[in-house]
Structure formats: structure tokens, C-alpha cells
Design a protein around this ligand. Structure first.
Ligand SMILES: Nc1nc2c(ncn2[C@@H]2O[C@H](COP(=O)(O)OP(=O)(O)O)[C@@H](O)[C@H]2O)c(=O)[nH]1
Ligand SMILES: [Mg+2]
Length: 677
């Protein structure tokens, strides 16, 4: 672990000179910077302290102060956890002093120190006056910071500032560790600010390792492009290492197909493979830029034509903004997510960002939003829902999902999401949303009361409590149906769904039904759901039907449901239902959806099959001939026997595997466990 301190402030206030005085390092590296005497890119300086301490490495990032380079400034402060705000004593607070302070505060920096530079330029009376006025300004900005007068020219105050920074570092590291300890198993994420070709080594990228560990030999991916690469070498502060921990700024030598300066650069992320899931649509919570020049300025935000949108103020046209996400700058359209006025918090707004290109996003990432012309900071967007979709939740349900999300811990977030999502969430999606390794994500969902089930051929996490609840209610609804409709086979699936709450969507109900079927608590025949102990009471109508249809089902030649409907002059659907009831009452059995046979008939056929298998070979042709039922029906019957596991097919013959199978299934053959339409 190491600590990065952002050195920010207005242009010409002495940031670069101060870093030089503290570290001896010149951060203006570009020829243009040296010629013009201004910083354009962020410059990095590792602090080699005179006194050895237990503290991990500390480095400064000296960011450009000119307003044209704000985007470089935002890229530069990625990963910084403390701020050294530089204010020249002859100039005082200037526009970029405010803007930088605002951006740092929005990014969540809590540890600050203010260097009042060029103290050699004014006398001590003026100095105390300046110090007082700056302290007043800090107070109005709600920034807690000590103000230390320094001169890079005379060296005055530099030692005091250095010891103050050490103290600051200790506090920030404590905070940092506390946060890091709460989220175990973070996957690797490095945001790239620069790439270059190093002679003999190939491509090198520099950037901040925001989470996880990077080791020489690691297989990684360049996101969002998705290129695979391998870590060939690592450096921190000019020193070659085998491993770098999160929080560090480092240089990484990458090798791989297509890995070059064109394919990897500022704005990209180097991530472990499971984290490569770039997305374009992200829900965020926006915190507005609150004060510039000490005034509360809401207009910056209102200028976006979006403004605040309560339920009674319909959203206006989505606005275009610039998003600084990590070191990337991209344009996005924003749409407010309307929150009912009562639930609105004055400083928070829910926003859906539609980014011009996909990015890597993890819950809690803080992005700076600036006006599309790049002149105003609108606020900070904290990533809340990096899942690219809300599973069909819209309007109030969407807001309820976002408002209900508990962001204190990945497990809590997952439970709060699963409680409201209609269709659960894939474990890999959850891991990527929180930047966790798959192992850590698994530990999290297990302790969060989620359950992993196969659904549509892939694993999906569901809320165990909700599932249990739906199971109980499904069982209750079926029971109630039987009481009210004793003559009916069971309740129709669609009707049963209608008895559940809106929240208990089809997916939960389907899964609950499957598990109830597997446990033998409910059965299903076609679209009818019923309890295994329920036998429909035959009505007078059933009796008449039975007398008419049974002779037809006992003939050698079997009739399809369609033929029966024609012969009995009854609607097809009615015939099917009546046949199903007959099956449940123990008179008939369905061998295919189209064919029903009388019990006596199927029992005779089973006996014939068993005896043929015992006395020699059971082959489809011989079976059809011997029983006289014709080839097609013969095959249907044998396949039915296979299905109920009376027989098993071995190439062209069959063997008997369970003599009792027919007796067991004579009541009803349960349908396959799949989602029902
Ligand atoms: N007198 C005096 N001038 C300084 C001091 N620190 C910086 N300067 C001058 O102020 C100008 C801007 O300094 P620089 O470090 O480039 O400012 P930056 O734009 O904030 O990085 C340079 O001409 C410096 O020589 C100081 O402590 N005393
Ligand atoms: Mg500078």
C-alpha cells in the first residue's frame, strides 16, 4: 500500500516549486512545460523522506492549475487520498483554487493541508491577515485544514509542512485501511494515465492501482477493448518489483497480441479478466457542485436543462455532459430518474448516464461531471448500479431499487438488490459490479442469504427468503383452489401467477414451482398445478364423458386427442381437460400429449413388453406386431416406457429396469421442470 497526495491549486501559485522543495524532484517533464513554465500534465514525485518512518511510500501528484487542463487534473488525482492545496499569499484564493478544491472534495478527499506559498513576498502583518482570510474561506467551504506559510525560495516553513504531511499521511492510511478491510478480495484494477514504448521492453503503462494486487506474470485485460496481456515487469518509484499493492502508482510493462501505444493509453483500465465487463448505461447518484467562490451555486447544474426533476416536474430533454471516469473523459447523455417529491433529498439526484462508449465501473467509483463545453464542474456522480439494465424495472420500481440499495458492503448491496430485482443476478455480474474476485464474491453472496440456482442453463443468484415466501404462497394458493374447486384437476398456471404479488415475478414463481415439484409438494400436468393428494371429484359430466370415451381408448387402434374431439363432437380444449381428469381419477394415462390409453390397455402393453424382454429381445418391430397396435403407436408406447424408466433402450433393443415403474406413475406423469409460458 502507498499513499498519493494531490497537490492542487491555481496556476503559478507555486505547486511545482513546492514539490521540488519537498522532494527535490522536478515534475514539469515535458519540453513545452519547461519552455512555457506551466504544468500541462500531472507530474509525479516520489517522496524520499529524510527520516525513516514506518509509513509506506508517499508520492505527490502535482496537477496542472490552468483551467484548460482541468481534464488532466481530474485524471491526475485518481487514487489520491489526501490533498495539499497550494495558495500563493500574494494572490489569495483564485478561480482554480476553488475549482480544484471542489473537485477534490467531490472525489471524497477528507484529509487536507493548505500551503500558503511565496511567504517571502509579503511581511508578517500581511501574512497573518492573509492566513486569517484563507481560514475564513476554508470554513465557508467546509474544509478542515491547517494553513502553513511556506517559501520554496527561502525554505521557510518547508520542514513544518513536511511533518504536517507525515501526520496527514498516517490519518489517511488509517482510514484507507479501514475501508479496504471492509471489502475483502478486491480484484485488480489499474487506471492508465499514460503509455509509452520503452527501448527493449516494449509497451509500458503508468497509472494508479486502485484495487487488488498486480504481479509479474499476471494475465490481465485491457478494458474496455478486452485485449489480453501479460505483466512482464513492474516498477514503483523507479524500482523494479515483483508485486505491487493497491494504492500505488506504478509502471507496468505489458506484452500481448495487439498491445501497443495505439491500443492502450489514458482512459483504459488494466483489470483481472473477471472485471472486464465494460458497460454504457449506469445509474449514479449525483452530488451537485455546491459552492464556487464561497457562494452556493446551483445554476451550474440547472444549466444542463435537466435541473431537478421531481415526479411533478417531468424530466426535460436529456442533457449532454462530460464525464471524467477514472482517467477517461467521455461524453454522456444524462436522464434524471424521477423521484417522488416526498422522497427527494435536496443534495442528491438519481441519474441514468448513457455513455458514448463503454467503461469499467464499480460501485462507489466517483466520477466528475462537467458541462459539455468543459467550462463548469456540475458535480460528482457516484456509481450505484453498474449493471447496464434494471431487469425491466421502470419508474417507481426503478427508484425503489436504487433507493433501497445498501452500499455499505457488497453483501448488503446484493441482498437489497435481490429483494427487488425480478430475475436475480448472475454471480459474475455481482463480482464485476463490486470489483471483487470470484472467490470473494462467492463468500459475499453466501453470507448475504442468496442462493445460486441453474436457470436457463446458467447460474443465477436469487434471494432465498423471497423464494421461500413465494413457495409458501404458491402452496397456499393451490390448496385454496382445491377447496373451492374440488372437481378441477388443478389451478391454471396463469391464474396462479395472478394470485401472487407483482414482485413475485414469473422467474421466482417458476423456480419456486420447480422446487416444490422436486420436493413432491406440488405436481403439474400441462398448465395445471395441483397437490399430489388431490383427486378431482368426478362430476356427472365426467361420468358421461368416461362412459363415452373409455371404449374408444381401449381399441387396438389408438385415437389422437383431435380424433376424439371429432368423434365426440366436443371442443378440443374441453376434451383435453376431461382426459386429464380421467387420468387423475385412474382410468387413463397420457403417453404423449396427443395420445391417451385406458389403464387396462397400457397395463396389458406393459406386461407384453416385460415378458418379451424376459423371454428374449424387446424390439420395437416385434412389439408392435405381437401386440397388434401398429408401428407408430408401438414406438410411442415404448418411448413412454423409457421415459417412466420401466425400460431402457440399448441401440435397437430394450431391457426392463424397473418393473414397478408403471404402477408408480399411473396417476400423472409430471411435466419437465422448465419455466412455464
Ligand atoms: N518568491 C517566490 N516565488 C515562488 C515561490 N514558489 C514559486 N515561485 C515562483 O512562482 C512561479 C510559479 O511557480 P510554479 O511552481 O511553476 O507554479 P505552479 O503553476 O503552481 O506549478 C515561478 O516563477 C516560481 O519561481 C516562492 O516560494 N517564492
Ligand atoms: Mg506547475
Amino acid at each position: 500500500m502507498s499513499l498519493i497526495i494531490a497537490v492542487a491549486g491555481h496556476i503559478d501559485h507555486g505547486k511545482t516549486a513546492l514539490v521540488r522543495a519537498l522532494t527535490g524532484i522536478e515534475t514539469d517533464r515535458l519540453p513545452e512545460e519547461r519552455r512555457r513554465g506551466i504544468s500541462i500534465e500531472a507530474g509525479f514525485a516520489h517522496w524520499r523522506r529524510a527520516h525513516a518512518s514506518d509509513l509506506p511510500p508517499i508520492s505527490f501528484v502535482d496537477v496542472p492549475g490552468h483551467e484548460r487542463y482541468i481534464s488532466n487534473m481530474v485524471a491526475g488525482i485518481q487514487g489520491a487520498r489526501a490533498a495539499l492545496l497550494v495558495i500563493a499569499c500574494d494572490d489569495g484564493v483564485m478561480p482554480q483554487t476553488c475549482e480544484h478544491a471542489e473537485i477534490l472534495r467531490l472525489m471524497g478527499i477528507r484529509q487536507w493541508v493548505v500551503a500558503l506559498t511565496k511567504s517571502d513576498r509579503i511581511d508578517s502583518d500581511q501574512l497573518s491577515e492573509r492566513t486569517a482570510s484563507i481560514q475564513e474561506w476554508l470554513q465557508s467551504e467546509a474544509i478542515e485544514a491547517e494553513v502553513i506559510p511556506v517559501s520554496a525560495h527561502t525554505g521557510e516553513g518547508i520542514a513544518e509542512l513536511a511533518s504536517r504531511i507525515q501526520l496527514l499521511a498516517e490519518v489517511s492510511l488509517g482510514e484507507y485501511r479501514e475501508i479496504a478491510d471492509q471489502v475483502p478480495g478486491e480484484a485488480t484494477r489499474l487506471c492508465v494515465d499514460r503509455s509509452f514504448i520503452a527501448a527493449g521492453d516494449g509497451l509500458v503503462v503508468t497509472g494508479v492501482l486502485v484495487s487488488g494486487v498486480l504481479r509479474v506474470g499476471d494475465a490481465v485485460r485491457v478494458s474496455p477493448a478486452g485485449l489480453a496481456a501479460r505483466v512482464r515487469g513492474l516498477q514503483r518509484a523507479g524500482q523494479s518489483l515483483l508485486e505491487v499493492q493497491y494504492g500505488s502508482r506504478c509502471a507496468v510493462n505489458l506484452a500481448g497480441q495487439g498491445i501497443d501505444r495505439q491500443s492502450v493509453g489514458r482512459g483504459d483500465w488494466i483489470v483481472s479478466s473477471e472485471l472486464h465487463r465494460p458497460i454504457c448505461i449506469i445509474d449514479v447518484q449525483m452530488i451537485e457542485a455546491g459552492s464556487l467562490d464561497g457562494r452556493r451555486v446551483r445554476c451550474a447544474w440547472e444549466h444542463t436543462s435537466l435541473g431537478r426533476s421531481g415526479a411533478d416536474h417531468p424530466t426535460r430533454r436529456p442533457a449532454e455532459v462530460q464525464v471524467h471516469a477514472g482517467t477517461a473523459r467521455l461524453s454522456a447523455r444524462i436522464a434524471a430518474i424521477p423521484v417522488p417529491a416526498a422522497a427527494e433529498r435536496p443534495d442528491h439526484t438519481w441519474i441514468r448516464l448513457r455513455l458514448a462508449r463503454p467503461v469499467s465501473a464499480v460501485v462507489g467509483d466517483r466520477w466528475i461531471l462537467r458541462s459539455s463545453d468543459g467550462t463548469r464542474t456540475l458535480g460528482m456522480a457516484e456509481v450505484v448500479w453498474p449493471v447496464d439494465a434494471t431487469d425491466g424495472l421502470r419508474g417507481a420500481a426503478h427508484v425503489t431499487l436504487l433507493q433501497g440499495l445498501n452500499r455499505t458492503h457488497p453483501g448488503a448491496w446484493l441482498s437489497s438488490a435481490l429483494a427487488r430485482l425480478p430475475g436475480g443476478m448472475a454471480p459474475a455480474r455481482f463480482a464485476a459490479a463490486w470489483g471483487l474476485t470470484l472467490d470473494a464474491a462467492t463468500a459475499c453472496w453466501k453470507s448475504a442469504g442468496a442462493v445460486l440456482l441453474q436457470y436457463d442453463g446458467r447460474g443465477v443468484l436469487f434471494d432465498q427468503n423471497r423464494l421461500d415466501d413465494v413457495r409458501v404462497r404458491l402452496g397456499g394458493a393451490v390448496h385454496a383452489w382445491h377447496q373451492q374447486h374440488p372437481e378441477s384437476l388443478g389451478i391454471d398456471w396463469a391464474e396462479l401467477m395472478g394470485k401472487l404479488d407483482r414482485l413475485d415475478t414469473r422467474r421466482y414463481a417458476s423456480i419456486a414451482l420447480s422446487s416444490l415439484q422436486a420436493a413432491g409438494e406440488l405436481m403439474r400436468h400441462g398448465d395445471r398445478i395441483f397437490r399430489p393428494d388431490h383427486v378431482p371429484a368426478p362430476s356427472a359430466e365426467d361420468e358421461i364423458f368416461r362412459l363415452r370415451v373409455l371404449p374408444l381408448l381401449t381399441e387396438r387402434r389408438s385415437r389422437s386427442v383431435h380424433e376424439l374431439a371429432d368423434m365426440l363432437a366436443m371442443p378440443l380444449g374441453k376434451v383435453r381437460l376431461a382426459l386429464d381428469r380421467l387420468a387423475l381419477q385412474g382410468y387413463a394415462v397420457s403417453i404423449t400429449p396427443q395420445r391417451y390409453l385406458a389403464i387396462a390397455q397400457i397395463e396389458a402393453l406393459a406386461a407384453a413388453a416385460v415378458s418379451m424382454a424376459e423371454s428374449g429381445d424387446l424390439r420395437a418391430g416385434d412389439f408392435s406386431r405381437a401386440t397388434g397396435i401398429g408401428r407408430n403407436l408401438g414406438i410411442d408406447v415404448l418411448e413412454f416406457f423409457d421415459r417412466i424408466r420401466l425400460t431402457r433402450r440399448l441401440r435397437d433393443r430394450r431391457i426392463v429396469i424397473d418393473n414397478e415403474a408403471l404402477q408408480r406413475v399411473l396417476r400423472v406423469a409430471p411435466g419437465p421442470v422448465t419455466e412455464m409460458a
